[in-house]
Design a binder for this molecule. Structure first.
Ligand code: G4F
Length: 330
């Protein structure tokens, strides 16, 4: 019988790639869908099954797990845009933090009726925040710098705690920034690739950005969902850092994106103090050695190739009259 996976956040960038990957591995894939009419559902592969539920509603999660009877649950659902977490800190704590507790409880309750359900929590490199060492590993201490980072840290420790308290197969992937043409338009890589495409096509004349000096470890989202799946196949439940081990500044990202379109970035980019964050994460860089050694996981798309892929995709999308706000991926 096909293994069954339940994914929260299935309409997001990672959820869509993970659904495709698990289907290619022979899984029966279920997505947890909240609300009534999510237009992004139409972008999912046709053979994804849907079940209603909300990370804010404990009963709905128990019902969803009871209905689907999954072998694996991937908790990707979250309020994931860091600046929004200062504006809606309580909602972020509820969805991104307490949502993990509710999903773990749903699994605990349903597992007691028989059968092991493996749990993957989408932890984040934002938990490292003001980093204590570089590169960051599975044992680097956390110092989150946003309500989002704090909520993710809660979910991370809770996942560890349910593993230790109840012997659950529950693991966290500490994922560094991962991008693709399906990335939401508000994140910096996509904001830049869309900005470049608009300028190239004569639809805009400038691009306003915040802190150009922040450094991130940017990889390709399609690679990172493979790591999620591999983590749940390991003989023992363990947490892993997933990243490329390379770091670039936002300035270098901008340069790469404009160069990919044959443009000089300095003519168009405006650094806007109003877009700086109340507290910034200055530098993130992964040490993915454990994932390489134990999971055999490697990233396959280098930074420059990833950025060029996003610029090309947005040039195509905008030339064909597509609207990135409607459906954030082409
Ligand atoms: O693309 P970003 O908004 O991603 P951020 O904050 O690093 O978080 C992303 O990665 C995390 C993994 O580490 C995830 F957990 C999280 O959910 C999300 O996916 O910003 C990247 C950097 C920041 O330092 C920001 O200050 O880019 C800088 N930046 C400069 N100008 C900008 C802008 N970011 C955005 N979004 N927009 C700008 O105009």
């Amino acid at each position: 019988m096909a293994r069954r996976a339940l994914i929260t956040g299935i309409t997001g960038q990672d959820g869509s790639y993970l659904a495709e990957h698990l289907i290619s591995e022979g899984y029966e894939v279920w997505g947890l869908i909240r609300g009534q009419a999510n237009p992004r559902v139409s972008k999912l592969p046709k053979d994804v099954h849907l079940v209603r539920g909300d990370l804010l509603d404990q009963g709905s999660l128990i019902s969803a797990v009871e209905k689907v009877r999954p072998d694996e649950v991937y908790n990707l659902g979250a309020i994931s845009f860091v600046p929004m977490s200062w504006e809606q800190a309580e909602l972020t704590a509820e969805v991104t933090g307490m949502g993990v507790l509710r999903m773990l409880e749903a699994i605990r309750v349903c597992s007691s009726r028989g059968g092991e359900i493996r749990f993957y929590q989408a932890s984040s490199s934002e938990m490292f925040g003001q980093v204590r060492e570089t590169p960051q590993t599975e044992v680097t201490p956390f110092h989150p710098r946003s309500p989002y980072g704090v909520a993710k840290t809660y979910g991370h420790f809770l996942t560890q705690n349910y593993r230790e308290s109840y012997g659950m197969y529950a693991v966290s992937g500490i994922l560094f920034n991962h991008e693709s043409p399906r990335r939401g338009a508000e994140f910096v890589t996509r904001k830049v690739s869309l900005g470049v495409a608009r300028i190239k096509l004569g639809m805009a004349s400038e691009l306003r950005l915040g802190n150009l000096e922040a450094r991130r470890d940017w990889g390709y989202a399609g690679d990172y969902v493979r790591a999620m799946h591999l983590m749940l196949q390991a003989p023992n439940p363990e947490d892993f850092v997933i990243g490329t081990g390379r770091t670039q500044s936002v300035r270098e990202l901008v340069e790469a994106a404009f160069t990919a379109a044959g443009l000089d970035w300095e003519r168009y980019v405006i650094a806007d103090q109003a877009l700086h964050r109340p507290a910034e994460v200055d530098l993130l860089c992964a040490d993915p050695k454990k994932a390489r050694m134990q999971l055999g996981w490697e990233p396959t798309v280098p930074f420059e190739e990833l950025i060029a892929m996003m610029v090309e995709s947005d040039l195509r999308l905008l030339s064909e009259g597509g609207d990135p706000q409607d459906s954030s991926w082409p």
